[in-house]
Ligand binder design. Structure first.
Ligand SMILES: [Zn+2]
Length: 318
């Protein structure tokens, strides 16, 4: 089914990739660490720069989301009925997310959509509810399993892949969306360029990034992040529990001193990932203009009711 929808190509040499159960490195194996295929029914692609093997973020998010899904979302076991609880949660968040997009609901119908960095599946679910066909990518196994489950009765599928090296032919998608994921890649602007390439002409890109905080807040965040980097990934995630204050009033007061968070998702997302970039709105608008994007729109809402960081939203046409 999916073979008719999209064509897999090596993100570096452009060679067509045929996905089967065996590892099949393509001819640019010397430049990238390449393996791809199917594992437990999941289509996966691992492309890494040889230089950066020590901090491949795929590895990080695997641990991150395993922990997140295990501890935060009622110990969901993939393939069991309890996943419906998470689906309900995703549904709430997805309504919130796509309701903010300044497009009529009909716009999504029959569109081929890429959800880059699909995470907890909120956007995938929202777009699916609007009758789009979705290809979701993420580099955490747990997310891919969950998104594949969301997409199980549709034409779409979830693929394990890093956002830095997406193995899909250029000009494939009508819509590319990347909600709060670009700022966790090694080079967000490069990632953005990759995403634009995947768009058809006149296709629409929409994404959100962390806004830049005032100096003190940014300083405290990077200080905490640097401190946590002394510890293993697992411990880093455990430590980020210390920065959670559930009580809204108390958190708001203390937030003037330190960026305390409401829950595990918000806390780990700020303090734990290998990369966390923040942006001024103008910076992104200028970048989109420079890359010949048209009809640039921007707005600001929170990514979901549970996160209290500043987020900028963008939409533009190729
Ligand atoms: Zn290649």
């Amino acid at each position: 089914m999916q073979k008719e929808l999209i064509e897999f190509v090596c993100p570096k040499c452009g060679e067509k990739l045929i996905v089967n159960s065996k590892f099949k490195p393509c001819r640019c194996n010397n430049e990238l660490t390449v393996n791809y295929g199917k594992f437990s029914g999941i289509t996966f692609f691992n492309f890494y720069d040889r230089v950066n093997l020590s901090e491949k973020d795929g590895h990080f998010y695997d641990i991150f989301f395993k922990f997140y899904l295990k501890e935060v979302i009622n110990k969901i076991q993939i393939g069991k009925i309890t996943k419906n609880e998470e689906k309900e949660k995703a549904e709430q968040n997805s309504d919130y997310l796509l309701n903010s997009v300044p497009l009529p609901k009909e716009f999504w119908k029959n569109k081929l959509v890429l959800d880059a960095g699909c995470g907890g599946g909120w956007a995938t679910l929202a777009a699916l509810n609007l009758n789009a066909t979705i290809i979701s990518i993420d580099n955490a196994n747990t997310c891919i399993e969950f998104n594949n489950w969301i997409l199980r009765n549709s034409n779409g599928l979830a693929i394990k892949s890093s956002m830095d090296f997406i193995p899909i032919k250029e000009e494939t998608f009508d819509i590319v969306m990347a909600w709060s994921s670009i700022h966790h890649t090694k080079n967000p602007k490069k990632t953005l360029k990759t995403l634009v390439k995947l768009l058809k002409k006149d296709g629409t890109i929409m994404f959100s990034v962390y806004g830049r905080n005032n100096f003190l807040r940014e300083f405290l965040i990077s200080l905490t992040r640097s401190f946590l980097r002394l510890f293993s990934l697992k411990n880093r995630i455990k430590f980020s529990k210390l920065f959670i204050i559930k009580n809204n009033k108390i958190r708001k007061k203390l937030n003037k001193i330190f960026p305390f968070q409401k829950n595990m998702l918000a806390s780990t997302d700020i303090f734990c990932p290998v990369y966390r970039y923040t942006f001024e709105k103008k910076e992104i608008i200028d970048f989109l203009k420079k890359n010949n994007m048209k009809e640039i729109k921007t707005w600001g809402v929170k990514p979901c009711p549970e996160v209290n960081e500043k987020i900028h939203f963008f939409m533009a046409k190729k």
